[in-house]
Structures are given as C-alpha cells and as structure tokens.
Design a binder for this molecule. Structure first.
Ligand code: NAD
Length: 370
C-alpha cells in the first residue's frame, strides 16, 4: 500500500492542540484503515521565529513543496506582536501561499443537524446544508494596479482600486470549480457582476467557454453576485459550488460560513495549479480560526475545524472521498450525541475539552468503519 505524504504545520497557540486531534485520526488510518499517511511535522509562525528567527525556514518550504498536502494549524499571538513586520508569524503563512501559488480558496459551509438551532436562519433552511464557496485568491480588486489615494488640486482626495482579471486567471479557477463539483453534487454557480463590470463580462464569457470545452458533464448556472448573496440567506441549499472573484468571494464566503455557527467549526483549503505530469495540485488545508491566545493551553479549543480541514485534504488532495465522508459523519454523530466544546455549548449538552471531543470523534470513526 503506497503512503500519502502529508506535512503538518501546527504553529502557535491552539494550533498544536487542535493538530493533536488530527494526528489521532491519522494514527487511526495508519493502524486500521486501508490507507496510510507518511507525515512530517515542522515549525511555522511564532514557534519557528523562536527557534530559527524566521516564521518559515527554507527547509520547511522545501518540505511544503514536496508534500502531497499540508495541514496547517494557526499562527500568531501577543508574544510576537513586536517582531519586525517582514518576519511576523503571519508572514510564514503568506509566504507559503505565495510560493506554492495557492490561487483557489475553498470555504465550505456545512451545517450539522445537531447545530441547526444555533444558526441565525430557520432550521429547515440550514439543516444538512453543505455548500462550497470557491474564491479566486491572488487576483482582482485586492491586487490590481493602480491602487492608490491621490490628493487633487482642490484639496480633495481620490482613491482608486483596480479590478483586473485575465483569461488565464479565470480559466484556472473555473477548472477548479468544475473539478470540485465532480467530487460533490456536480453543480456550479458562477457569480459575477456582468451587468455593471467589464471583469464580470469577461468572467462570464471565460467560465462559459471553459465549461463548454472541458466540463459539459457539470451543471453550470450564472448568477449575479448580489443576487447570490440574497439567495444564500433565502434558500442556501440550492447551491453546491459557488465560484467567484476575490472581492465577491471574500463577502460570500463569510456570509455562507456564518450560516452554520462557530468559528471553531470552519475548515478551509487553498489549492494551486494542477501539475502537468501528475495532475496533483499543491494544497494547504487550515481551520479558518487563528491561534486564539485567550484559550490557548487550556484544552478548551474546538478541534472540529482542524479535523474537517483534514477531511477536506482526504477528499480533494487524495481522492479519498469515502474516508472524508467517514470523518464528516463521525463529527455529525458526535455532535448528535451531545458533545460540545465551550464555543458551541448549548443547554443540557455534554461539555467536552479539545481532547475529549477529538477522542469521541475517533471512536465514532472506529464504529462507523467497523
Ligand atoms: P482567533 O480566531 O484566534 O480567535 C477569535 C475568537 O474565537 C477568540 O475568542 C477565540 O478564543 C475563539 N476561537 C477561535 N478558534 C477557536 C476554536 N477552535 N475553538 C474555540 N474557540 C475558538 O482570532 P484573533 O483573536 O483575531 O487572533 C488571534 C491570533 O491569531 C492573532 O495573532 C492573529 O493574527 C492570528 N490569526 C491567525 C490566523 C491563521 O493562522 N490563519 C487567522 C486569524 C488570526
């Protein structure tokens, strides 16, 4: 049986605590499953600054390039607030994203039935929700030039941001959307503003052409980004994958994520281009939350975002869809049994720490796999 290579970068604060629960699952698969993972662990963020003086060493970057996938914890904390800007803990993560050219950001919004009451929407709209926002991460309004504030002759100021996209950038994110949809419910909504923006017109044209050429097996619908935002709170279950540019993706992914509850539950992934020879993509999976210094070291952190990030790695980097579903089902069952970390605690539920939640999820995986 060949092993999948996996680099673990736990980082700082609650990063190592939630990563320990991911490792519990990796141990399960290595001992009992039909798949095997060869893991390495490296320092990143503040932990790397303390040991090496930089938030990401060249060696760690080399390991990141070589790995089939990376699972990242979180970085940062008050201890490193005063280090030079260029070597602050977050610079390690930004460098990884840049060096691996991770242009596709995936933010799923999954609502576990047991937590449906905690959503701000009515239960029937969110129970069983499972959608994925795919955001272009390296182009568009946040990077376009000119980007400036100039002072005019009359003393007023004028600010400019420029939204720029090329055919290449739109094609490659559209391709990711179709690939992802094939591993899900096979439906893509492409959201833009073609009614008022030239980038929207091009976006629409290129997505349409890419679909016609490469992905006729996937259902494609176009939707205006503002209508998409409205539909997300009106009837979110109509969506499977939503693909959009950097700016709209920033808004829509936060909106979708918050349909489902605590930050301790939210996984994410960033993918690069597919290798021409192997078809494999560079990929980094990480919880949306940060290092949570306020609860670090107390065993209180919710490990579900990290565990769900690992499940995403199984699905999208290794094609292990059944194993990913096994973990997701185990998380749902554990919540249904009443286990709650402090951040998602509800009346009459069983309060669990990080390790207790992690153990309960692994036990459930064991039961489901038996
Ligand atoms: P945060 O996400 O760390 O914490 C926000 C709040 O959510 C805190 O009250 C925290 O206790 C809670 N929380 C977060 N994750 C949780 C979990 N798994 N279980 C239970 N509760 C959880 O954001 P912040 O406080 O703004 O930032 C703290 C540090 O993390 C800063 O140094 C920031 O720069 C860094 N940060 C890193 C990343 C990253 O590594 N990707 C992302 C965001 C923030």
């Amino acid at each position: 049986m060949s092993a999948h290579s996996l680099l673990l970068l736990p980082g700082d604060g609650i990063g190592p605590e939630v990563m320990a629960e991911v490792e519990r699952l990796i141990d399960f698969f290595n001992k009992k499953g039909k798949v095997r993972f060869e893991t390495s662990t490296e320092l990143v963020g503040g932990a790397a600054i303390d040991k090496h003086g930089v938030p990401l060493t060249e060696e760690a970057l080399g390991m990141a390039r070589a790995a089939d996938a990376i699972v990242f914890g979180a970085v940062g904390g008050p201890k490193w607030d005063k280090v030079a800007y260029g070597i602050r803990p977050e610079a390690g993560l930004l460098r990884l994203r840049k060096e691996l050219d991770l242009f596709a950001n995936l933010r799923p919004a999954i609502c576990y039935p047991a937590l449906a009451e905690a959503s701000s929407l009515k239960r029937e709209h969110v129970e069983g929700l499972d959608i994925l926002i795919l955001r272009e991460l390296t182009g568009g309004t946040y990077f376009g030039e000119p980007k400036e504030i100039v002072t005019l002759e009359n003393g007023q100021k004028r600010a400019v941001d420029t939204t720029v996209y090329t055919t290449f950038e739109i094609e490659r994110i559209a391709r990711v959307a179709f690939d992802l949809a094939r591993a899900r419910r096979n439906k893509v909504h492409s959201a833009e503003k073609r009614n008022v923006m030239k980038t929207g017109v091009l976006w629409n044209e290129v997505v349409t052409a890419t679909h016609a050429r490469e992905a006729k097996d996937v259902e494609l619908q176009h939707i205006l980004a503002d209508a998409c935002s409205m539909q997300l709170v009106r009837n979110p279950k109509q969506f499977d994958v939503i693909v959009c540019d950097n700016l709209f993706g920033d808004m829509l992914s936060d909106e979708a994520a918050m349909l489902t509850g605590s930050i301790g539950m939210l996984p994410s992934a960033s993918l690069g281009a597919a290798d021409a020879k192997t078809g494999k993509r560079k990929a980094l999976y990480e919880p949306v939350h940060g290092s949570a210094p306020d609860i670090a070291g107390k065993g209180l952190a919710n490990p579900i975002a990290a565990i769900a990030s690992y499940a995403m790695a199984l699905r999208y980097s290794y094609g292990l869809v059944k194993e990913a579903e096994l973990i997701e089902k185990a998380v749902a069952n554990t919540l249904a049994q009443g286990y709650r970390t402090a951040d998602i605690m509800q009346p009459n539920m069983r309060k669990a720490g990080t390790a207790e939640m992690g153990k309960a999820i692994v036990e459930e995986v064991e039961k489901l796999a038996a």
